[in-house]
Design a protein around this ligand. Structure first.
Ligand SMILES: [Zn+2]
Ligand SMILES: [Zn+2]
Length: 191
């Protein structure tokens, strides 16, 4: 998924690009990092690119279809994670201060319409010629993943003693749980 800068005309460029299962899988579980999530379906990136102030404003959104075991009861949970982002892609040369006589004034005189969005957008550098969307998609998926995958908010989890899924039925084990941090205190009292 590479966009050449000359493909972006005055009116901007809108794209619907497939995001393959392999790309998503690689982000979620490949290359030394295991997020605990896996991709279940391919997706489509809806992106719009617009030239602004020497750079490119990229707005994108897609839904990542993922699954992960519930943190408490280990049941598989399917999730549709909405991903949306706005990036201000700045040519490396511009960022280094080349070819520009006063970036500030240039930005103000040029695009007044896009300035609000520009202020809000995260800045990212690119070579000024081509924009590779793959690494952007990778990064945004990771940012959008929920911290904790749980099957439901009130998931009761597994019994620590017998492993019974307590959402399904009670197991009858002693439910007295001693917080390991409090255990030393309790010993002091008992002795
Ligand atoms: Zn659960
Ligand atoms: Zn039990």
């Amino acid at each position: 998924m590479v966009v050449k800068i000359e493909q972006i005309h005055e009116t901007g460029l809108k794209l619907d690009e497939p995001i393959g299962l392999a790309l998503l899988q690689e982000v979620l579980g490949g290359a030394g990092q295991d997020t605990g999530f896996r991709a279940t379906r391919p997706s489509t990136l809806h992106a719009s690119l617009r030239k602004v102030s020497g750079g490119v404003l990229l707005q994108g959104e897609f839904t990542a279809h993922v699954a992960a075991p519930c943190k408490r009861c280990l049941v598989d949970v399917a999730m549709d994670v909405p991903v949306s982002f706005t990036l201000n892609l700045v040519p490396e040369a511009l960022a280094r201060g080349e070819d520009v006589g006063g970036e500030e004034s240039g930005a103000e005189q040029g695009e007044t319409a896009g300035s609000f969005e520009l202020e809000d957008a995260d800045e990212e550098l690119f070579d000024g010629k081509t924009i590779d969307l793959d690494p952007i998609v990778r990064e945004q998926v990771l940012l959008a993943l929920p911290m904790n995958a749980v099957c439901r908010e009130d998931c009761k989890g597994l019994c620590a003693q017998c492993g019974q899924n307590l959402n399904e039925k009670k197991c009858g084990c002693e439910t007295k749980v001693i917080d390991p941090r409090l255990a030393p205190l309790m010993n002091i009292k008992l002795n």
